[in-house]
Unconditional design. Structure first.
Length: 216
């Protein structure tokens, strides 16, 4: 069970805007491809969640949107005091479709999952600890690395077949629901990305201004 380091700030919106724009300009065929694009993106998170090997997420600094959805697919999450979290998709005119609406309610409860998704507000590490998004908060990046390595070593010391069995059994409770909700979110985005509000959200993001939504 070797440790691995992965960096994620969140989704690359400028790059995604170009890709989504190409699809939206390709008529019905392109628009139909949007849910399929979300499915391909989610496969990496699904592989992380379904792996027989437990994943420890060590979070320092900002964890936004897809970053939150990635760590939600991990088994244990720890953070530094300076970590901040946000599910900001609502701010850019889309529905979280990589696990934000399917996994987070199982981690932090329906009340907090709805608040984070509907408002798109930032929360700090202490709040993340209080609501159950993370299980430990440490002082700084050095302490975070040490804590993550200790957790990984303790996991590796346990019988691997039993660890894999625990993951499999716990995942079995929610796998079907997660797959269904992710599909629905992807279909919603396939529709919402054709709206004027989505185009306005992208323009406002690029121009660094507040968007003006019209509900159409």
């Amino acid at each position: 069970m070797a440790p691995a380091s992965i960096f994620s700030y969140g989704l690359d919106l400028p790059a995604m805007a170009i890709e989504i724009g190409t699809l939206l300009n390709d008529g019905a065929r392109g628009r139909a491809e949007i849910p399929a694009l979300a499915e391909r993106m989610y496969r990496g998170f699904s592989a992380l969640a379904s792996s027989r090997v437990p994943a420890v997420a060590a979070i320092d600094g900002w964890c936004i949107g897809a970053g939150v959805e990635m760590v939600a697919a991990c088994d244990i999450r720890i953070a530094t005091k300076s970590a901040k979290f946000a599910l900001r998709e609502v701010k850019v005119g889309i529905v979280p479709d990589l696990g934000g609406l399917s996994r987070l309610p199982h981690l932090i409860g329906e009340t907090w999952a709805r608040e984070l998704a509907l408002l798109g507000d930032d929360i700090d590490a202490d709040t993340a600890l209080r609501i159950g998004l993370v299980s430990h908060v440490v002082d700084d990046a050095d302490a975070l690395t040490q804590a993550a390595q200790r957790l990984a070593a303790r996991l590796a010391a346990n019988p691997p077949l039993v660890v894999a069995g625990i993951k499999h059994t716990m995942n079995a409770r929610i796998d079907a629901e997660i797959a269904r909700v992710n599909r629905d979110a992807a279909i919603q985005n396939g529709l919402l990305m054709q709206s004027e509000d989505f185009a306005e959200a992208m323009r406002a993001f690029m121009e660094r201004r507040d968007p003006i939504y019209k509900g159409r």
